[in-house]
Design a protein around this ligand. Structure first.
Ligand code: ADP
Length: 259
């Protein structure tokens, strides 16, 4: 299995240069080239990423399930399950950290996202999903990690609509960076697996991370690499649907009982 180094994951600045990301019609956020160099986006299997931490969409037991959770446990090996057994589960809206074992990622942050339907009825879905992203970022900073890659928490069997989840996820990351707490993080990656999630992120990123026109102007004065040069740097998206590999139904049954 070929792995993907963090330096090969395209950042938002590069995606604007390639014209893969289009500026939003309006954005209330201040453009920042520092942020746009830090935020990265790709569609791929998260278990291939050579990053300091990947964020797993876990369930309350932290003892494995289908979807991305199953893929991470399979790739990390049984030692991950053994460490998870010692953690005493995790409440929804929070996260716990373990080592990455046989994964190319050094650590796994296990975040428990909300089941959309039941938590929406209680009006708690947004704050619980925000809690997952905030806690994961705090764990990365507290453990002196430089890079973190998020899977699209709750958008699989937990049923969170992709566009709403992307807005909450990206908004919470922007809030964290604006607070100054994320200064030590060098890369924050949104790793999608499905086309619908990828599209939601491409639509939503420009709203929270608009292009920094001053940097683009400066770049135009020096000979710029061609789009082909830049595009050659992008890793290939996955060709298989995740449901072909995981057992999401198993997780669904478990999680619906838990929530
Ligand atoms: P949840 O129960 O929180 O919805 P799932 O694992 O069902 O968790 O799905 C979360 C997201 O993870 C979904 O968007 C799904 O497409 C994605 N996913 C599944 N497998 C992988 C993988 N190997 N790498 C990255 N993302 C994945």
């Amino acid at each position: 299995m070929s792995t993907i180094p963090v330096s090969d994951i395209p950042c938002v600045s590069l995606l604007y240069k390639l014209d893969r990301l289009k500026p939003a019609e309006s954005s209330t956020y201040t453009p920042s080239s520092t942020y746009n160099d830090k935020i990265a986006l790709l569609r791929n299997d998260i278990t291939k990423l050579e990053v300091d931490s990947i964020v797993n969409a876990a369930n309350n037991s932290l003892l494995g399930g289908g979807g991305v959770d199953g893929a991470i446990h399979r790739a990390a090996g049984p030692e991950l399950y053994d460490e998870c057994e010692l953690l005493d589960g995790c409440v929804t809206g929070s996260a716990k950290i373990t080592k990455g074992y046989r994964l190319p990622a050094k650590h796994v942050i296990h975040a428990v996202g909300p089941v959309y339907q039941s938590t929406k009825r209680q009006g708690k879905h947004t704050s619980l999903l925000q809690g997952c992203y905030r806690t994961s970022l705090e764990l990365a900073v507290d453990n002196k990690l430089k890079s973190i890659a998020f899977s699209a928490l709750s958008t699989g069997v937990y049923g969170y609509p992709s566009d709403e989840a992307a807005e909450t996820a990206i908004g919470e990351v922007r809030k964290f960076l604006d607070s100054g707490k994320g200064d030590s993080l060098e890369r924050i990656v949104f790793c999608n697996f499905t086309e619908k999630d990828e599209k939601a992120y491409f639509d939503m990123i420009p709203k929270f991370f608009p292009p920094d026109q001053t940097v683009e102007k400066k770049d135009e004065e020096s000979p710029a690499p061609t789009s082909e040069d830049l595009a050659a740097q992008l890793p290939d998206p996955p060709t298989k649907n995740p449901s072909e590999e995981g057992q999401p139904d198993a997780k669904k049954l478990k999680s619906l009982k838990e929530s």
